[in-house]
Write a protein that binds this ligand. Structure first.
Ligand code: GAP
Length: 442
């Protein structure tokens, strides 16, 4: 059963605390497009940084790339998106709503939400027609068919068309990978669930090029590594599971595919796909561009078209996942405490510095400590209101440590460091404070 209340509370917290706002809100908003506020941009950036570190910096066999959003239109013919990146769409002539014909059982009739579209007596659904999800625009001043370009619906193609450039300009040999984080656009018929399914989103994709025949083995390794990464950013293992694509579900390019799914308040849903794409992509780009994309393997003296194992996660979707996973409500001394228990490595603010009172020299000491810590990680200074209220504000922002300057700080240089989750407090000397926090946010 979908827990809509929890999602409503989360959406409201995200707006109130500056994680996520509706795009162009003063104009009434734009359907399923969202903006990240001061806390949200830090959270999402931390998710992307953790991914980049694990996929690029911590490995010797993956290179980074930042390809353009606009690509030669032939790219999308070769990839199969022009012909096949479609969903079946039906309109209701009565209420004018649009639905995916293959997802009617997941949708509600706008006139009678207890029924699915087509089930209410006044529903008048059209026959399904195929609708391409790519956004089109025009390159240059003339709006004609020859000038059509697309906003990329996935970042992967930018990697395939650059595969030889990266190979020739780096010291990589197969097996090796190329990783990229960037925007993708899909004109989804039924976006929704906040930032789960949107029309503009970011992907974190990695394409790993391997010798044909070794692909199954690499596929298994990548499945294991990707699940371990989701655990490493604090997602609860029991709320993650695998979903294997059956023959009817496999994308046109895939030899095998597994999704990592998370248990959201609205049910189990995909957050990342791991695909064995065989030599489909390089084969198609070779055919459509007329350029040879084969690899010469010096070790075995063979020439072949590499197979590709892809890992593809949504940065926004993972950000939603860490928000949902972190959200807790607890009863503390007769009051409800709302806390976002992020893994410290992805928390938008790592530490808050708070003078206990605004007198006796405490603000001056606290400000000095704050400016010092701020050089090393994201910090927040707050001297307004009762200390309990300030702790609660930081709990809602997901700040793992609150460092309070009090009377003893002035005497012996120690501060109270409060742990967000346990609410326990320890005294740490100001000289050891940054090391204490750094050790716990890695
Ligand atoms: N290159 C392969 C590919 O794009 P996909 O399963 O269509 O595969 C990969 O997308 C990931 O991108 C998904 O697991 C999801 O996290 C994210 N994603 C896809 N469509 C999205 C959308 N409309 N809104 C937000 N994230 C999306």
């Amino acid at each position: 059963m979908a827990d809509t209340t929890l999602m409503e509370k989360l959406v409201s917290l995200c707006k109130r605390r500056g994680f996520v706002f509706q795009s162009s809100e003063i104009y009434g908003g734009l359907g399923s497009v969202w903006d990240y506020g001061p806390l949200g941009v830090e959270l999402k950036k931390n998710v992307k940084d953790r991914w980049w570190r694990a996929m690029v910096h911590a490995r010797d066999d993956i290179e980074g790339l930042d390809a353009a959003i606009l690509m030669h239109p032939r790219t999308w013919e070769a990839s199969g998106h022009v012909a096949g990146f479609t969903d079946p769409l039906v309109d209701c002539k009565t209420c004018k709503a649009r639905f995916r014909a293959d997802k009617l059982q997941d949708a509600q009739c706008p006139q009678k939400p207890s029924k699915h579209p087509g089930e209410h007596s006044t529903c008048a659904l059209t026959e399904p027609r195929m609708f391409n999800l790519m956004f089109k625009t025009f390159m240059g001043p003339v709006e004609e068919q020859a000038a059509v370009v697309y906003l990329r619906p996935e970042t992967a193609q930018g990697i395939y068309v650059n595969y030889q450039n990266v190979l020739n300009s780096s010291r990589q040999r197969i097996p090796f990978g190329i990783a990229q984080i960037g925007k993708a656009f899909r004109n989804e018929i039924t976006p929704g669930n906040f930032i789960f399914r949107t029309r503009e989103f970011e992907q974190m994709e990695m394409q790993f090029f391997v010798k044909p025949g070794s692909d199954d083995e690499w596929f298994e390794r990548w499945r294991e590594w990707r699940m371990a990464w989701h655990h490493s950013i604090g997602l609860t293992p029991a709320r993650l599971r695998w979903h294997q694509h059956g023959p009817g579900e496999l994308a046109h390019y895939a030899k095998a595919a597994f999704d990592i799914e998370y248990e959201f308040p609205f049910g189990w849903n995909e957050i990342e796909g791991i695909h064995n794409r065989s030599d489909f992509d390089l084969g198609r780009h070779q055919e459509y561009s007329g350029k040879k994309l084969e690899y010469f393997d010096q070790a075995s003296n063979e020439r072949y078209l590499p197979f590709i194992v892809e890992t593809s996660a949504g940065a926004d979707r993972v950000t939603l996942t860490v928000l949902v996973n972190a959200y807790r409500e607890e009863e503390v001394e007769g009051e409800t405490r709302v806390v976002l228990s992020f893994h410290p490595s992805i928390a938008p603010i790592k530490a808050a510095v708070l003078p206990l009172v605004k007198k006796d020299g405490m603000p001056e000491v606290a400000e000095r400590i704050y400016h010092d810590l701020k050089q090393q990680f994201t910090c927040f200074y707050d001297d307004s209101g009762a200390i309990g209220r300030r702790y609660r504000r930081m709990d809602e922002a997901g700040t793992p440590f609150c460092c309070t300057v009090d009377g003893d700080t002035l005497k012996d240089g120690t501060l109270t460091v409060r742990d967000r989750d346990a609410m326990s407090q320890v005294r740490v000397h100001q000289d050891q404070l940054s090391a204490y926090i750094r050790e716990r946010i890695a």
